[in-house]
Design a protein around this ligand. Structure first.
Ligand code: ACM
Length: 536
C-alpha cells in the first residue's frame, strides 16, 4: 500500500513505527526518530517527502557496496563521487563509483521517461539488495542523495571512521517539491565572507534541498564584487565593513568559483545589487554618482535608508548598465536582484523613474528582474519576481499593493521577516542578531503556510520561500550556523514539502534527530528548548 502523507498523522506514524518494529508511539522520548534498531525510519528526513511507503528489508552498506552510475553520465558520476565523499570517511569502505552493470549496491539512475519526477524530483527504493535513486534530471538525483544521507545514522557525517552497521530502512519514497524556489540569502556586504565560508554554507543549504543562493553583494557598508569598468567599487567600496574591519571583495574568478560550486550542488546563484538606496559604498567610491558631486565617507555603522543613487543624472544609468552587464556575464542563473528596499532617501517619483529605467537593462542582458516587494510600488516588469519581507506589523496598504501585483502576474517569493529572517534573535538573550521584527523561535519560524500566508495572493502566485541572513552582527561561519540552524531546515521544508505534512509536533521530532548530524559535521546550532534533542 502506498502511504500518502495525507494519511491522518497518527495512522502515518503507526505505519512508520510498524515498519521498523518500534513498540511505542505518542509521548516518545527525545530522539524517537532514531529508532531503537538504529535505523532511521523511512521518510524521517527534512524536508518531509511527498510520499513514503515503508516496508521490506533494509539495505546494509558494507565493504562490498558499489555506487553504480550509468555509463556516459558525467553528472550522475559526479553525484556518485559526492555521495562517496560523504560515506567513505565514516564507513572506512572503498565504495567505488562504477558504471559496470549490476543490480546491487547504491544505484543512481537518470531516466528521461520519469516525467512525473520533473526538474527536481526523485524516486528512492530500498531493499535487501540495494538502494536505487531514480530521477529525470541530475538535480533530482542530487536531492535523492541528500535523502539517502539522512536515512543513515548521524555519525555517517563524521570525517573519521565510525562503527556501523550502516542500514537504510526498506521501502519506497517518491518526492517532488511544492515550490520551485527554495532560497537562502547571505549578506556578504555588512560583513564580508570568504569563498570558503560561502561554500561551507552552500553545503549546509544543499543538505535540505535549498536550490537558490541569493548573495547580497552590495550595500552601504561594502561593495563585494570586482567590476572592471568601475574598479574603485570593490577596491575602495569593498575596503571596510560594519565595525570598521578590513572588508573584502570577490574577484571575478572567485565569484565564478562560488557559482560553479553552487551549481554542482544544484543551487542557482542570484546576485543582488541593491539600488537605488543601500548604495553608500558605491557613492563613496565615485563622487560623480552623487547629485552634489561629493563622495560621502565610507560607512561602518548599521543604519539604513540614508543613501540614494542620483536618479536625474545620466551617469547613474551608465553605471547601472556597466554593473548589470558585467554581473550578468558572470552569472548563468536566470535572475538578477536589484534590491529596491528602504529607498527612504529617494523621492517616490524618482524611485518609479529609476525602476522604469533599470528593469529593461536587466532584460537587455538576458536576466529576469527580482526585487524586494517595494518594487510593487513602482511598475514591476513583466515576469519580475517580488520578494515579500513584511511581517505581522506590515500595514494593510502595503500588503494590498503586493497582493494587487500578484494578481496582475508578479510572482512572489515569501521571506516574512518575523518568520524567515535568520538574523532575528531567537529570544531576548540570543547573543547575535537583531529584533526589529520580533523574536523568532524555531517553532514560529516553521509554523506558517506559504500558500495562505499573504491573504488574497493566490497560491499560484507564490514562486517559493527564502530565508535571508543579514550580517550586521554576523561575521563568522559559527555565527552563520548558530542563526541558520535549526531555522533554515524549517524554511526549506515549507518550500519543499506538501502542506499535508506540516505539523510542528511531528517536525520537531524529525528536527531533533539533526542535532547529532550537525555535531558530526562540526556545525554550531542553537539548542532551542522547543526541540527534543537526544541526550548526548
Ligand atoms: C530588507 O530587510 N531591508 C529587505
Amino acid at each position: 500500500m502506498r502511504q500518502q502523507w495525507t494519511t491522518p498523522r497518527l495512522l502515518g506514524s503507526l505505519l512508520l513505527v510498524a515498519a521498523v518494529g518500534i513498540s511505542c508511539v505518542g509521548a516518545a522520548p527525545a530522539g524517537e526518530a532514531k529508532a531503537a534498531s538504529g535505523v532511521v525510519p523511512l521518510g524521517q528526513v527534512i524536508p518531509a517527502p511527498a510520499e513514503v511507503e515503508p516496508g521490506g528489508s533494509p539495505y546494509e552498506i558494507t565493504s562490498r557496496t558499489r555506487i553504480r552510475v550509468e555509463e556516459g553520465s558525467r553528472e550522475a558520476r559526479r553525484i556518485g563521487e559526492q555521495l562517496a565523499g560523504v560515506l567513505r570517511p565514516s564507513t572506512g569502505y572503498r565504495l567505488p563509483v562504477t558504471d559496470e552493470g549490476g543490480g546491487d549496491g547504491i544505484r543512481l539512475e537518470l531516466s528521461g521517461k520519469a516525467k512525473e519526477l520533473g526538474a527536481e524530483g526523485y524516486r528512492f527504493a530500498s531493499g535487501r539488495r540495494g538502494v536505487t535513486i531514480t530521477a529525470k534530471e541530475p538535480a533530482g538525483l542530487f536531492h535523492g542523495v541528500q535523502t539517502l544521507r539522512q536515512q543513515l545514522p548521524p555519525r555517517i557525517e563524521s570525517d573519521s571512521r565510525q562503527e556501523g552497521p550502516w542500514q537504510v530502512a526498506g521501502g519506497r519514497i517518491e518526492d517532488t517539491p511544492r515550490f520551485a524556489y527554495r532560497g537562502a540569502m547571505l549578506d556578504v556586504s555588512r560583513h564580508f565572507f570568504t569563498v570558503e565560508q560561502v561554500k561551507r554554507y552552500i553545503d549546509q543549504m544543499a543538505m535540505y534541498k535549498v536550490n537558490k543562493l541569493h548573495l547580497h553583494i552590495s550595500d552601504d557598508q561594502g561593495w563585494r564584487i570586482a567590476i572592471d569598468s568601475w574598479p574603485r567599487l570593490a577596491e575602495y567600496g569593498g575596503s571596510t565593513q560594519v565595525g570598521g574591519g578590513p572588508g573584502g571583495y570577490y574577484t571575478k574568478d572567485q565569484y565564478k568559483d562560488i557559482v560553479r560550486y553552487a551549481s554542482e550542488r544544484y543551487l542557482e546563484v542570484i546576485p543582488e545589487i541593491d539600488m537605488p538606496g543601500h548604495t553608500n559604498a558605491a557613492l563613496a567610491s565615485y563622487a560623480e554618482l552623487n547629485c552634489n558631486g561629493v563622495a560621502p565617507p565610507l560607512y561602518t555603522g548599521t543604519n539604513v535608508g540614508f543613501s540614494s543613487l542620483c536618479v536625474p543624472k545620466e551617469i547613474t544609468y551608465d553605471f547601472v548598465d556597466d554593473v548589470i552587464r558585467e554581473i550578468a556575464a558572470l552569472t548563468p542563473g536566470r535572475y538578477l536582484h536589484i534590491g529596491g528596499d528602504e529607498a527612504h532617501s529617494t523621492p517616490h517619483e524618482d524611485y518609479v523613474t529609476f525602476m522604469d529605467r533599470v528593469q529593461p537593462v536587466v532584460a537587455k542582458y538576458g536576466k529576469t528582474v527580482m526585487g524586494w516587494h517595494q518594487l510593487t510600488g513602482a511598475n514591476p516588469a513583466e515576469g519580475a519576481i517580488a520578494q515579500y519581507w513584511g511581517y505581522d506589523q506590515t500595514g494593510q496598504a502595503e500588503r494590498d499593493q503586493v497582493v494587487a501585483a500578484a494578481k496582475k502576474g508578479t510572482k512572489l517569493v515569501l521571506s516574512p521577516a518575523d518568520r524567515s529572517y535568520l538574523d532575528m534573535k531567537y529570544n531576548k538573550d540570543t547573543p547575535l542578531g537583531l529584533a526589529w521584527a520580533g523574536l523568532v523561535e524555531v517553532d514560529r519560524s516553521y509554523d506558517w503556510d506559504p500558500g495562505t500566508y499573504l491573504a488574497g495572493a493566490p497560491e499560484s502566485s507564490i514562486f517559493g520561500v527564502e530565508a535571508p541572513l543579514w550580517s550586521e552582527t554576523i561575521s563568522t561561519s559559527k555565527h552563520i550556523e548558530f542563526m541558520a540552524f535549526p531555522r533554515l531546515p524549517g524554511i526549506a521544508e515549507l518550500g519543499w514539502s506538501p502542506a499535508s505534512t506540516h505539523d510542528w509536533e511531528a517536525y520537531k521530532v524529525r528536527l531533533a534527530a539533526h542535532g547529532p548530524r550537525w555535531d558530526a559535521l562540526g556545525m554550531d546550532y542553537y539548542k532551542s528548548a522547543k526541540v527534543p534533542w537526544p541526550a548526548s
